[in-house]
Design a protein around this ligand. Structure first.
Ligand code: HPA
Length: 271
């Protein structure tokens, strides 16, 4: 299995023709971040050969390219989810494309349910480590080749350097931030309270249905990774109200401004 289709490389070269240093992948309800980080080129995912289509409400499906706060950047607005029925390698395709564009740093954002008591709705979590409970990997079937290995070392999946930098930007901007472990499940149904108790026992501080595939691919490609979870709800059994996608989207939207200014602050530091 080749990492990137020939037609995709040709398209990127023809339509973009410049390299980026950083890539941002936006999670559920977080697409409006693109309005706060202006770029100069928009490419609908559907125009990119080999790119999976995204179908979930609230996930636009556009690649934005430009210089943000001094840093050449690719912004992926609209995430590809495993629960939509895509293969794992397709779910991680934005990372593969970001790598092909020259990105060395990937910032992955998501909506997540808070399990740790410190992670109430509206909180931010810097991801220190992850637990893959999705039952698959984007590296399945990958042939080892120059610059990529299916046997990726995941012992330092999330960059300590970027985490420390992000922590100081959050604090500078007056935002509290927690550091913790993210578990990813397949979804699309939310967890049961018993599953959330299991996740807590396994050492998870928050739970999501994304991110982990992209981070595995990024590490296989030796990219430096920062992960930020926006806590959009307390996980199942920890809040009174039933969980809904609409609630997750609404809560995510409320965090857009803060998230965008933290990302901008990070870009300034990294530029
Ligand atoms: N569980 C899984 N994924 C999520 C949640 C959750 O509670 N909230 C946002 N994404």
């Amino acid at each position: 299995m080749a990492l990137i289709a020939k037609e995709t490389s040709a398209f990127l070269e023809k339509e973009i023709g410049r390299s980026v240093r950083m890539a941002i992948i936006l999670g559920s309800g977080l697409n409006p971040v693109v309005r706060e980080l202006p770029t100069d080129q928009l490419i609908p995912y559907k125009d990119i050969p080999g790119f999976p289509t995204v179908g979930v409400k609230g996930h636009a499906g556009n690649l934005h390219i430009g210089v943000v706060a001094g840093g050449p950047c690719a912004l992926f607005a609209g995430r590809v989810h495993y629960y939509e029925g895509h293969r794992m390698a397709q779910v991680a395709y934005p990372v593969t494309v970001a790598h092909a564009l020259g990105a060395q740093i990937v910032m992955v954002t998501n909506a997540a349910g808070g399990i740790h008591p410190a992670l109430q709705t509206g909180a931010f979590m810097l991801i220190r480590d992850q637990i893959n409970l999705m039952g698959s990997s984007p590296l399945m079937g990958l042939t080892p080749s120059k610059g990529v290995t299916p046997f990726a070392d995941m012992s330092r999946a999330y960059s300590k350097r970027l985490r420390q930098l992000a922590d100081s930007v959050f604090r500078e901007q007056g935002e509290d931030v927690f550091e913790g472990v993210l578990a990813a499940v397949c979804g699309p149904a939310y967890e049961t309270p018993a599953e959330v108790r299991m996740l807590r026992a396994l050492g998870a501080d928050a739970v999501c249905m994304s991110t982990v595939p992209e981070v595995i691919m990024a590490r296989a490609l030796d990219m430096e990774v920062l992960g930020i979870s926006c806590i959009t709800n307390r996980a199942a059994g920890l809040q009174q109200a039933p969980l809904s996608h609409e609630e997750v989207m609404r809560a995510g939207a409320a965090q857009v401004r803060s998230l965008a200014s933290v990302l901008k602050g990070l870009f300034v530091r990294l530029a």
